[in-house]
Design a binder for this molecule. Sequence first.
Ligand SMILES: *Cc1c(COP(=O)(O)O)cnc(C)c1O
Length: 372
Amino acid sequence: MTASFHPPQRLLLGPGPSNVPERVLAALARPTIGHLDPLFVGMMDELKALMRRAFRTQNALTIPVSAPGSAGMETCFVNLIEPGDTVIVCRNGVFGGRMRENVIRCGANAVMVDDDFGRPVDPAKVEAALKANPGAKALAFVHAETSTGVESDAATLCKLARDHGALAIVDAVTSLGGIRLEVDEWGIDAIYSGSQKCLSAPPGLSPLSFSQRAVDTLKARKTPVQSWFLDLSLVMAYWQGEGARSYHHTAPINMLYGLHESLVMLEEEGLEAAWARHRANHLRLRAGLEALGIDFLVDEAHRLPQLNAVRIPEGIEDAPTRRRLLDEFNIEIGAGLGPLAGKVWRIGLMGASSTPESVDRVLAALKSVLGR
Ligand SMILES: *Cc1c(COP(=O)(O)O)cnc(C)c1O
């Protein structure tokens, strides 16, 4: 007979998942009730309000997609983009490339604005692309590029989209809860995040929000949404059907308890206090890495505090070193992605993993495995 699975207690300092606090794990273990049970429906209403406050939005359509961040990305594109549309897609890392895939699979035309991996999206190039493509339906970009550790200037990019009559579609998988994010103030039309990065719930849910402009765009579609499961006009009947919620799919009930608890914890800490904590622990890590002679990939002005991409020191092997951190120190850090594979490590300080103790542990472990 196969025995039960008992994972070890790791310190998760990669690009996600981050460590899940005991309180969230306890919430996941609470009794499963029906997804149309009035008490569950009440919890869902609280969850939507918690998400609105975390996103800083009044958007009525603010729900968790029942699948990971990638499904949140796909939800934005399949609902807003129709065959023949043009979308300006910013690519300064791996996730911008995935946005392009989504646009093409919608039968739309992806106009790429490329920046080097490790650099932020250049607003001047975006403005030029918007001018060159006057009918563009949307501008899509990644706020916090987890593949490179770069923050792009979301407020400026959204304003450019607005000025050119394009919707702003924003990936906030790694930014929500870790750095400033203002959905209404910046004029974001469609945004998605993930449960397992700075929110520190397990993976599997994607908080998502659509502005009224985005909802109107969805309502004005000429063609049906390509995906039945991700069609928000159907999903809304479940999440928003006041009084008369209709069955669409069985909500991942216990996962939603977990997300609810993680957002309650975020609210107890305070959103701005959480941003400040991520920044303080990043600075602590930076000081320690500098002392070890390890350099960052990204210029200081554009570094994400929750995802630190650092150059693998000369003469040090990538995979065996990360394996030693895991086996000997129970610490997971991330490898480089795409063109940065073998060149950088990605040290995540996300959510509950962003503590002074985590920083001190990874620095001590690195010092030991690098023999410094
Ligand atoms: C992690 C991540 C995703 C994908 O989320 P999954 O939950 O892995 O599907 C998308 N975009 C960014 C920026 C991410 O960091």
